[in-house]
Design a protein around this ligand. Sequence first.
Ligand SMILES: Cc1cc2nc3c(=O)[nH]c(=O)nc-3n(C[C@H](O)[C@H](O)[C@H](O)COP(=O)(O)O)c2cc1C
Ligand SMILES: CCCCCCC(=O)C(=O)O
Length: 330
Amino acid sequence: MTGLDPVHRDFFAGGAGEERTLRANEDAWARRRIIPRVLRGTGPRDLRTTLLGTDLSMPVLIAPTAFHSLAHPDGEVATATAAAAAGTAMIVSMAATRPIEQIAATGATLWFQLYPQPDLTFQDALLERVTKAGVKALVVTVDSPVFSHGRRDLRTGFTDLPPGLACENMRDDTGVVRDITMDDTLSWAHLDRLRAGTGLPVVLKGILHPADALLAVEHGADAVIVSNHGGRQLDGAIATLDALPAVLAAAGGRIPVLIDGGIRTGTDILVALALGAKAVAVGRPVIWGLAGGGAHGVQEKLETLRAQLDHSLALAGAQRPADLSPDLIA
Ligand SMILES: Cc1cc2nc3c(=O)[nH]c(=O)nc-3n(C[C@H](O)[C@H](O)[C@H](O)COP(=O)(O)O)c2cc1C
Ligand SMILES: CCCCCCC(=O)C(=O)O
């Protein structure tokens, strides 16, 4: 976290309200225990995974997080450089501080995160732009009909990006940077329109209730991410790991289920995969890597997670993620 302004560190680290959900996310992983299998002669591990047509070197994606240029001057370009080197995908936040074309020039596999915007003309142009830049999937954040309340930012006074930085993908055709709108009228009808207007796979991020997982399947979502926005939206929301089993049951294997929130170690990833998640996404650890060492720092974080997952798989008696099953988790 070298050089990170304390106000910006609080923006990245903080959660909503009393930060109960922020803490619950990490605590939930720490509560689970692994029941390893032995004498399985697995040999070297193979962590590769294919997700929505995207080949990943491991089942770990970079979660969308805002404002990477506050953590490092190279911003999202550094993060994407690390994703490319690690052979995984970066989900680019709609609040990225670098234009999608620059981020894509790193050669990284990118998915793009969208807060659906009420100005449909602007939204359509944005989707056309990111598709042209080569993003491979659209991640629609559905847990934010309004901005969250009571984050540390209120205390620290962090309200906006400093001069010279902007949400570069919110520039319209006149060059003006639009504000990101949180829309409390959003409904499944908006999702249907989005799906009809894009050829990209659509992933819903922020599903916690099994009934919503079922609706996601019925409305043709290609995947869901079990997420509570890293404890930054509804404080008191269920920890993502605790929500995972019911969401998996509702999805019934028809679409991949991903999870984020408090995932910090290879054993956390193993637990998620054993319970049935197809992959995980990590948010804050990537930011800390970026702040500490730019692209190199992010890559180091990703490689640490890879090494830990590989080691945990070996010790649990599995060669590949598909060898894991829920009976390994207590
Ligand atoms: C600083 C910060 C900014 C975030 N910005 C976004 C965002 O722009 N869009 C979004 O869908 N989620 C955003 N999230 C939520 C993350 O995508 C993800 O759900 C969460 O960080 C996962 O938890 P973790 O940080 O404990 O790994 C943000 C999270 C953090 C910490
Ligand atoms: C005004 C930009 C909104 C960015 C939202 C970022 C975000 O989701 C977060 O949790 O922070």
